[in-house]
Design a protein around this ligand. Structure first.
Ligand SMILES: [Zn+2]
Length: 160
């Protein structure tokens, strides 16, 4: 749309996961330093003299919502579908687990994150999740059904 500007805030978090049934190395328990790019799009405010004049949204407001809605839950957690044998031990020893109930591929995680941010009323345009420095998955918020993402059963995991 004319006059619109994209703004992006980048986050990182560390997490472990295990893709049960994966044909490659990702069937092993392993971790990633994920990089998350949250893009918002809008027309900057033209209200003269107001605090948000010239802003689409304040970066610190994006940070607060994204930290609270997703990063705090996922950082230094085991990202679980629920079928991982190690899950029982982690629960028993009170290790941090994010029980997500979908296969924890970059594709599914980016859809989950975009949906959570939408639910948190952030005017999110897209979410790009880097699993490694050379691999990312991206979801446009507009492509997520109202009732939430339909998670893919099979997806990639990069192990370079
Ligand atoms: Zn992985």
């Amino acid at each position: 749309m004319q006059g619109e500007v994209s703004v992006c805030k980048i986050f990182t978090f560390d997490a472990a996961h295990q893709l049960i049934g994966h044909k490659g190395k990702c069937s092993n328990l392993h971790g990633h330093t994920y990089k998350l790019e949250v893009v918002l799009k809008g027309v900057p405010s033209v209200e003269e003299g107001q605090s948000d004049e010239g802003f689409v949204i304040d970066f610190s407001d994006i940070k607060q919502v994204v930290q609270g809605a997703v990063v705090d839950r996922l950082d230094h957690a085991f990202l679980a579908m629920g079928n991982e044998p190690v899950l029982e031990t982690l629960m028993a020893t009170r290790s941090k687990v994010a029980l997500l109930s979908f296969r924890t591929t970059a594709e599914n995680l980016s859809a989950y994150i975009a949906y959570e941010l939408k639910q948190a009323s952030l005017p999110v345009y897209s979410v790009k999740l880097w699993e490694t420095p050379t691999s990312w998955a991206e979801v446009l918020a507009a492509d997520i059904p109202e009732e939430g993402p339909s998670y893919r059963l099979y997806g990639g995991c990069d192990y370079e």
